[in-house]
Design a protein around this ligand. Structure first.
Ligand code: ATP
Length: 300
């Protein structure tokens, strides 16, 4: 098994007693080299999880190991974190910001990578005069220039125009492929993540609900349509009946009887939406994400 970029064990975060848990009982593993989509509704705990992994918050309970280190704060030089509000020094120019990136990362700074991302920006302009999307581009340029092993990106594409989004997503993918960089990217744009990410963590209500390779998570489910009948032994994530017709998304327990139903594979977006609509659906982690290895539970 490859090394883990992030390993969380019973991770919990309470900002204040009256606010309730932002994150609770989170245990999962993210193998190194993956491009992971971090999805979930507003307030699910995505930013909290990223800030814990970046070592900017200390967990209230449990642990999070990052690149093998027990204290994520001690591994910041190997991690680049782009927060949702893209904090930058407003009085610096674009060129000055890139120079600061080089000064702060001696020996590892990749000026060419940063330059490729920052290219379209007005280099003499002060950061405070940049639009939201331009600031995002600059923050991503700093993150890529750092040549980090792990990129933690909190809704990086939210304020980019579609062309910039497409281009920057391509640049991130190229970075990941060339340098085996692990990327964790939170986003609400499920269609965009589908083509780009090979790993998924779905967080809801402060807990990890789905975790693993996108392909394996999709393959563990089926969309079935046909005459209304008992769906056991499969776990129903959501279902709808119209007259005698049934349409359901199920988690497969063994083979689905395709003589009785039309069986198709759901898209990743369909799968995520179904789980978001059904907060009570049981959690599923694939073995690489720390879930049980098939057969092991029965043998135990
Ligand atoms: N600094 C903070 N102080 C107090 N509560 C906080 C703080 N940051 C987040 N929270 C609370 O923790 C919970 C999780 O918030 P978080 O920002 O991690 O969610 P999120 O999934 O990133 O949401 P969004 O998709 O809206 O960005 C929410 O209830 C939020 O109100």
């Amino acid at each position: 098994m490859t090394g883990a970029a992030i390993e969380a064990d019973g991770l919990g975060m309470l900002y204040g007693r009256r606010r309730g848990w932002a994150l609770r009982d989170c245990s999962f593993r993210l193998p190194a080299g993956r491009i992971c989509a971090l999805v979930g509704p507003n307030g699910a705990g995505k930013s909290t999880l990223l800030a814990l992994a970046a070592g900017l918050l200390r967990p209230t309970e449990g642990t999070v190991r990052v690149l093998g280190a027990a204290d994520p704060a001690g591994t910041r030089h190997r991690v680049a974190y782009v927060a949702q509000d893209k904090p930058l020094y407003p009085q610096l120019t674009v060129a000055g910001t890139l120079r600061a990136g080089a000064d702060l990362n001696p020996g590892t700074w990749d000026g060419e990578a940063a330059g490729r991302i920052a290219g379209p920006l007005p280099h003499g302009a002060k950061v405070r005069s940049l639009s939201g999307g331009q600031r995002t581009r600059l923050a991503l340029a700093l993150a890529l220039g750092k040549r980090a092993e792990l990129l933690l990106l909190d809704e990086p594409m939210a304020d980019l125009d579609p062309l910039a989004r497409h281009q920057l997503m391509g640049a991130l993918m190229a970075e990941a492929a060339d340098h085996a960089t692990t990327i964790v990217m939170s986003s609400h744009i499920l269609t965009e993540l589908e083509g780009a990410c090979d790993y998924v963590l779905l967080v809801d209500g402060g807990r990890v609900r789905l975790g693993g390779e996108s392909e394996d998570l999709v393959a563990a489910h089926a969309r079935i349509t046909g005459q209304v009948r008992d769906l056991a032994p499969h776990t129903v994530i959501e279902s709808r009946t119209t007259g005698r017709q049934l349409s359901a998304l199920v988690r497969k327990e063994g083979r689905v009887d395709d003589t009785a139903w039309d069986v198709t594979e759901p898209s990743l977006e369909e799968l995520l939406l179904a789980h978001l609509r059904t907060p009570g659906a049981p959690a599923l982690l694939t073995p690489s994400a720390g879930g049980p290895v098939p057969g092991e539970v029965a043998a135990a």
